[in-house]
Ligand binder design. Structure first.
Ligand code: AMP
Length: 218
């Protein structure tokens, strides 16, 4: 299964990709997570990416392609992958096609997580993440059973959940604008190639997952 997940920030791509990864053992390849990891480790690449991320702008195509190329080259990606957050503009879609042709692993489907734009700000301001296992919660829609801590099994005391720096309201507005201007055109791009599947993401996480599986397996 080789999938691309499309959708606005806050549409639930990460949550759904994590579920599928846990169910099927297919890696979730999230460009945002790869970038945040590079920033946290203080690598050169992370230093170059940080200012754009803090402002809610896209990081340069060349930096992100390098990370994706390296990640898809790892052994666990040979049995499939779920691309989450990549590609993000038409140039990246072209670069991805070339990369996948090179490694002989074309995309099976592109799944759009379709959401009501008006609900996105709440979905983003409510988002909290476990800094250790990466599990995503939402204080309004899917809170942790352990309050402000992660409800997954952890050794010792469960970690406190954190809010992403770019999930603050001023940055969110820019991220949504960037999505509309640069990423949304990919919907038509993939639809015209017959690859696009649309999932109604304004449902419970379970309902979305059921529809997502159906779309991915068709
Ligand atoms: P995300 O976790 O997908 O919301 O990404 C967080 C931030 O990382 C974005 O606002 C961008 O600054 C950067 N980013 C993630 N994926 C990409 C990408 N494919 N191209 C450029 N920048 C990206």
């Amino acid at each position: 299964m080789r999938l691309v997940l499309l959708g606005a920030p806050g549409s639930g791509k990460g949550t759904q990709a994590q579920r599928l990864r846990d169910d099927r053992g297919i890696p979730q390849v999230s460009s945002g997570d790869l970038l945040r990891d590079a920033v946290a480790r203080g690598t050169d690449l992370g230093k170059r990416a940080k200012a754009s991320m803090d402002a809610g702008e896209l990081v340069s195509d060349e930096i992100v392609l390098g990370l994706i190329r390296e990640r898809l080259g790892r052994p666990d990606a040979s049995k499939g992958f779920i691309l989450d957050g990549y590609p993000r503009n038409v140039a990246q879609a072209g670069a991805l096609d070339a990369l996948l042709a090179e490694i002989g692993q074309p995309i099976d489907a592109v799944v759009l997580m379709d959401v009501d734009q008006n609900a996105l700000v709440r979905r983003l301001t409510g988002r909290r993440t476990c800094p250790v296992c990466g599990k995503v919660f939402n204080v309004y829609f899917s809170p942790s059973a352990a309050g402000d801590r992660c409800d997954n099994d952890h050794e010792g005391e469960a970690p406190l959940l954190v809010q992403r720096a770019d999930d603050k309201e001023d940055v969110i507005a820019n991220r949504l604008k960037v999505y509309e201007g640069q990423t949304q055109p990919l919907v038509e791009h993939y639809r015209s190639r017959g690859l696009l599947k649309v999932v109604n993401a304004d449902q419970t996480v379970e309902q979305v997952y059921a529809d997502f599986l159906r779309a991915a397996e068709k």
